[in-house]
Design a protein around this ligand. Structure first.
Ligand SMILES: *[C@@H]1O[C@H](CO)[C@@H](O)[C@H](O)[C@H]1NC(C)=O
Ligand SMILES: *[C@@H]1O[C@H](CO)[C@@H](O)[C@H](O)[C@H]1NC(C)=O
Ligand SMILES: *[C@@H]1O[C@H](CO)[C@@H](O)[C@H](O)[C@H]1NC(C)=O
Ligand SMILES: *[C@@H]1O[C@H](CO)[C@@H](O)[C@H](O)[C@H]1NC(C)=O
Length: 204
């Protein structure tokens, strides 16, 4: 007698699974991973340099910058096509830094590289970094770390150095805030929620 209700809830369960798994993949995480891999392959195979290591604070800043850009359309003067020296300045840049536990003293030597590519087509995204004005930065041994963020058609790469002026270490001196536990816990939440949901439905 409970089965009609279960049948009714099944589509709900399925749509939740779709919704939740989409949630995890949202914010262009696939595109970001693919770009990271592409950049590191370019660094090691083409340039004979060390791969860049992920920096969580740089990734946080990249996300914040992408958020600032997201409503701007792609043109031949935006992103990697920007004429050097005409990069946009964000009035609330210090606020964005603070949000990511950073300040100007530990980010000065880093570099922020935004690119605009409709639908973030992976091959075009990669060449927007390897075959543009940004390629010199990728070929610079002083950069050792990387953070990537994206929103809509915008993807932002932030490079960090191993010097104090570009380390992107947390300003409030807590080194363990450096790792990316944030995204890990976001992902592991999904099976847990599904478990709860299933438990709830089969309980009926
Ligand atoms: C950008 O595009 C506009 C119109 O689409 C064109 O007139 C201009 O020459 C282009 N500029 C560059 C640098 O390609
Ligand atoms: C960068 O992406 C744009 C799409 O917005 C594309 O037209 C352009 O060819 C790309 N540039 C490079 C150097 O790959
Ligand atoms: C990378 O930098 C090295 C040393 O400055 C230079 O010899 C080489 O041509 C550069 N490679 C590219 C692809 O720009
Ligand atoms: C930035 O953070 C460092 C490390 O916590 C601190 O020593 C420095 O005074 C801060 N600089 C600014 C401009 O807030």
């Amino acid at each position: 007698m409970a089965s009609p209700l279960r049948l009714l809830l099944l589509p709900l369960l399925l749509s939740c699974i779709v919704l939740l798994s989409h949630q995890v993949k949202c914010d262009g995480v696939d595109e970001e991973d693919s770009l990271l891999q592409g950049i590191n392959t370019y660094r090691t195979a083409t340039l004979n340099l060390m791969a860049l290591t992920k920096n969580a604070n740089a990734e946080c800043l990249a996300d914040e910058i992408a958020e600032q850009f997201k409503n701007q359309p792609c043109t031949n003067t935006t992103g990697s096509n920007t004429v050097p020296g005409t990069e946009p300045n964000f009035p609330d840049y210090p606020k964005l830094l603070a949000k990511c536990h950073l300040n100007v003293s530990n980010t000065r030597d880093g570099v922020i590289m935004p690119a605009c590519v409709p639908s973030l087509v992976p091959s075009l995204v990669l060449t927007n970094f390897t075959k543009s004005q940004y390629s010199d930065k990728l070929n610079d041994t002083k950069f050792t770390g990387i953070g990537i963020g994206s929103e809509d058609n915008w993807i932002v790469v932030v490079l960090t150095t191993s010097t104090p002026e570009g380390s992107f270490v947390t300003a409030q001196s807590s080194p363990d805030a450096q790792d990316s536990t944030g995204s890990a816990s976001k992902i592991s939440l999904v099976p847990y929620l599904l478990f709860l949901l299933m438990g709830f439905i089969f309980h009926l």
